[in-house]
Design a protein around this ligand. Structure first.
Ligand code: ZN
Length: 319
């Protein structure tokens, strides 16, 4: 039964969120401050539901527990990946995530390496990506003295760019940025600084200064990516990153693009355009905002139309 698993997922209200998940992707929003769509998730804080085929109405975490053959009989207690779309109407907190060892010890879940594909960015948009402290003592002192301008590295960003944010990297997504995030399935965030913002009840959000100083990589290194592009007729396959946690690609489809499985399973998000997915004799309509998983028995497939897709696979550590 070679079938894709299309998903319905959970929206999250955030102090920094907006309405682009409706205006750009067409999701029905319960408020005007929606920051995140957990598009492909088996994390307990927001689990996706299968919306088609044999497993319709089942939750992705149940499917991982009971039908591991769909995922190449991969080991591991939890589905390791999480795909989100984030609408940053305002800056997210300046934050850092732990690696697996620290997170398992202190939080009982996976660490969080993440990466970002910039779907759209307003004029002058920027991210915080890395820091300038040379030693852990200097990092602690700069944080305690609130010397944010001296500490944090600001990087201008544009639509179509890609950033890898390994655990231990201080970062923040900036105002006016729409992002597709591929990450480890984790919800552990240590907030370093939140711009002294208050929520609608007048409360500051919690900071995690000790943990942040513990887990930040010092000195800060930002990864150099070797992004490759392959032309296939009119279409383009871009490989952004291959890490122990995930491999991430962009498939720019113009006309037709035939692909074959490169991993036990593949997560796919349609971020632009319209077209179809063809598996053996079956055709599935695709539009912007659709998300699906190609399970293990789907060994080859074809896209037709004008589509821009972001795909991810489990990396070497998760296969
Ligand atoms: Zn983060």
């Amino acid at each position: 039964m070679q079938e894709p698993l299309f998903l319905d997922s959970v929206l999250k209200e955030k102090i920094w969120g907006g309405t682009k998940l409706n205006t750009v992707f067409g999701y029905d929003l319960p408020s005007e401050k929606i920051g995140e769509y957990w598009a492909i998730s088996a994390h307990p804080h927001g689990v996706s539901t299968i919306k088609n085929g044999k497993y319709q109405t089942q939750k992705l975490d149940e499917l991982w527990a009971t039908h591991r053959e769909l995922f190449g009989n991969a080991s591991g207690e939890v589905f390791p990946l999480l795909t989100k779309i984030l609408d940053a109407e305002d800056y997210l907190s300046v934050q850092v995530h732990p690696d697996d060892a620290y997170a398992l010890k202190h939080e009982g879940e996976l660490g969080k390496s993440e990466c970002w594909y910039i779907i759209d960015a307003g004029f002058n948009a920027e991210i915080i990506y890395g820091h300038h402290a040379k030693t852990r003592e200097e990092l602690a002192k700069m944080i305690h003295d609130a010397r944010w301008d001296d500490l944090l590295t600001h990087v201008p960003v544009k639509k179509g760019e890609f950033y890898y944010v390994p655990s231990g990297t201080i970062h923040a997504i900036g105002k006016g940025i729409l992002i597709l995030e591929t990450q480890q399935s984790s919800d552990t965030t240590y907030r370093v600084y939140d711009f002294d913002r208050k929520d609608d009840k007048g409360n500051l959000r919690e900071l995690h200064i000790k943990q942040s100083i513990d887990v930040t990589n010092v000195p800060g290194v930002t990864p150099k990516l070797e992004i490759t592009k392959e032309k296939v007729d009119l279409s383009t396959i871009i490989t952004f990153v291959k890490t122990p946690f995930f491999n991430v690609y962009e498939w720019q489809v113009k006309g037709e693009l035939s692909l074959q499985k490169g991993a036990p399973y593949t997560l796919v998000s349609v971020i632009e355009g319209e077209g179809s997915l063809i598996i053996t004799e079956s055709s599935y309509a695709l539009k912007k905002g659709d998300h699906f998983i190609l399970p293990t028995d789907v060994e080859a497939w074809k896209f037709k139309g004008e589509l821009n897709l972001i795909a991810s696979e489990p990396g070497a550590k998760n296969s």
